[in-house]
Design a protein around this ligand. Structure first.
Ligand code: ADP
Ligand code: MG
Length: 483
């Protein structure tokens, strides 16, 4: 019997008013593992009203001290650690990611609560000098009611990286997780309720983008939208939010270059380049999907990456030893397969791994790791985000050429540079138009550091100090002191 999940509104567990539900799938088998409320605009309105009332009545903010807000988040971190294995299993089951990767995600979720728990008592303004006859106080206040709209690739992390700073800042909020992966998002209110969060501060509703997401963006009662997802929906959110001049933080896609210079530590560069696109099935906005390799080592690097791809173990996400699970949904698997078809007409396929042979996984949404060689940077598989385990390998001769191709893309989320030459590494890093640049590393994203993109990869930065700043307004209070 599949679990019947419920919305969490004003501290109560509720079905959608019209009783509608949708199925949640195990992507490794296609089996239904739960059903969730198919929230409609009326349900969304109820959640918004709860968040609005809770913010406007003042008991939460400014009524609850910074110390108490901080303590709630610190307690939440401890609860996540206590529930670590259960949450990791749930995340792996729902999203299809290997259990080992899910465990790392949930550990970072615990740390995000801890990190922003520390921030709650350290948010403060400024007193700029304005002459002898006045005093100016710049105070930081919560933005008000925030909506968090999140994707399915890192379900709990993407939610908590919005929820935790919003609570530290004193906002109230409504979280709408991706319809593909609502399980761990609905654990967040349980954790925070146990940690002492008052009813109404965090409300969670499940449902689809047009019916449950769009009303959050359009509502005049919502002050801010924090969104992680596709570029197309990011643009729609900006347009739909314009009428109410919504504050938006958008973390969108990428087509991140991974540049391997001939003087790099070869083994580390190969391992990193492969992990950069095969980790989490390639369902990562910052995935190093374009691997640029200097010609001197091109053939050796390609061979080594092909060998690596052959060694990837596709299988049940919950099985120890699996290094790649299924994609999150049938739709996503079909989308990636379409790109593999496109790639086959644009470049040469160097390798495609095998599907799992276990008959229990026959209905799963598996797409094996795939590498295309000698890709032209203008090709669609080098320009468009695929969001799957598909690597495009592009040869280059000079650093200038690598840089020009790297920046020749509408995205600018992340980039990686592999070289032993520190000047080349730093000069390349500075010239890359990307929000995150890794040198001799890939995909590492400590929660203390800002995360977000240049160009069409988004607006604003989550995590780090900027993550909390994103939920604050500055109020200037001017005091006339003239006699
Ligand atoms: P993907 O295409 O990878 O599933 P999306 O950008 O479509 O990513 O989805 C990310 C999140 O945005 C999900 O929670 C989804 O339900 C939500 N969403 C989709 N369409 C809209 C919309 N029109 N307004 C608000 N949210 C939306
Ligand atoms: Mg699922």
């Amino acid at each position: 019997m599949a679990d019947a999940l419920q919305n969490y509104i004003d501290g109560k567990w509720l079905d959608a008013a019209d009783g509608g539900r949708f199925d949640v799938f195990d992507p490794s088998t296609g089996a239904v593992i739960a059903t969730a409320p198919d929230s409609q605009p009326a349900d969304v309105e109820r959640a918004i009203d709860a968040a609005r009332r809770t913010f406007d009545d003042g008991a939460w903010w400014p009524g609850t001290s910074e110390r108490e807000r901080g303590r709630i988040l610190l307690r939440a971190a401890d609860i996540v650690r206590r529930e670590h294995e259960r949450l990791s299993q749930m995340e792996s089951l729902d999203s299809g990611k290997p259990i080992g990767e899910a465990r790392e995600d949930i550990s970072e979720v615990a740390f995000m609560f801890e990190y922003y728990g520390g921030w709650a008592t350290k948010i403060h303004g400024d007193i700029p000098p304005v002459g002898p006859d006045a005093m100016s106080l710049v105070v930081k206040e919560p933005m008000g009611v925030a909506a968090a709209i999140t994707p399915w690739n890192y379900p709990m992390m993407m939610a908590v990286q919005k929820v935790a700073p919003a609570i530290a800042a004193g906002c109230t909020l409504i979280l709408k997780p991706a319809e593909q992966t609502p399980l761990t998002a609905l654990e967040i209110p349980k954790i925070l309720e146990e940690a002492g969060l008052p009813a109404g501060v965090l409300n969670v509703i499940t449902g689809f983008g047009e019916t449950a997401g769009a009303p959050l963006v359009a509502s005049p009662k919502v002050d801010k939208v924090g969104f992680t997802g596709s570029k197309e929906i990011g643009k729609l959110i900006m347009r739909n939010g314009a009428d109410t001049l919504k504050r938006v933080t958008l973390e969108l896609g990428g087509k991140s270059p991974n540049i391997v210079f001939a003087d790099a530590d070869f083994d580390a560069a190969i391992e990193g380049s492969c992990n950069g696109i095969f980790w989490n099935q390639g369902e990562i906005c910052s995935a190093g999907s374009r691997v640029l390799v200097q010609r001197e080592i091109y053939d050796d690097a390609l061979n080594a990456m092909v060998e690596h791809a052959k060694g990837v173990k596709l299988g049940a996400p919950g099985a120890e030893g699996t290094t790649m699970g299924p994609l999150v949904s049938k739709d996503q698997a079909e989308r990636v397969e379409r790109y593999i078809e496109i790639g086959s007409s644009e470049a040469s396929m160097a390798v495609q791994g095998d599907r799992p042979t276990d008959p229990a996984l026959a209905g799963g949404y598996f797409v094996p790791p795939t590498i295309f060689a000698d890709v032209d940077n203008k090709a669609r598989i080098a320009q468009e985000e695929i969001f799957g385990p598909v690597m495009s390998v592009i040869p280059f001769s000079t650093p200038e050429e690598a840089l020009a191709m790297s920046n020749d893309n509408e995205y600018g989320l992340a980039a990686a540079v592999w070289t032993r030459d520190i000047k080349k590494a730093m000069n390349t890093a500075r010239a890359l138009r990307a929000g995150i640049v890794w040198i001799n590393d890939t995909q590492t994203a400590p929660s203390e550091t800002p995360w977000g993109g240049y160009k069409q990869s988004g607006i604003g930065r989550e995590l780090g100090a900027s993550g909390v700043e994103d939920y604050l307004e500055a109020k200037h209070i001017y005091v006339n002191l003239a006699e």
